[in-house]
Ligand binder design. Structure first.
Ligand SMILES: [Zn+2]
Length: 98
């Protein structure tokens, strides 16, 4: 099996997971967390892996883990889950400690 083939298989599977999640998420009675848990069992992936697939595609903002403010997803990832304000605060504190 070629690397190219492996890569395609992975993409196909990710799309399938995303598709299934979206289909089930249409049913308002289902809790998203439960859908993710079912997908984890079905495909044998970790929670973070499934979450990455299903949230990456549509979520543009995530709450800062420090102050809870909505943060642009690319920024949020770069700053490891905190907004720029909190990151600056942290860096300032780090500098103050020196
Ligand atoms: Zn923050």
């Amino acid at each position: 099996m070629s690397v190219r083939h492996l890569l395609d298989t992975k993409i196909v599977r990710n799309n399938l997971i995303l598709f299934e999640f979206k289909e089930q998420a249409k049913d308002r009675r289902l809790v998203k967390r439960h859908i993710i848990e079912a997908l984890m069992k079905k495909y044998g992936y970790s929670r973070s892996y499934i979450e990455q697939i299903v949230y990456d595609s549509k979520i543009t903002h995530r709450p800062c883990t420090s102050c809870g403010e909505n943060t642009n997803i690319s920024q949020w990832k770069r700053n490891q889950g905190v907004c720029t304000k909190c990151l600056n605060k942290q860096q300032k504190q780090d500098n103050d400690d020196k």
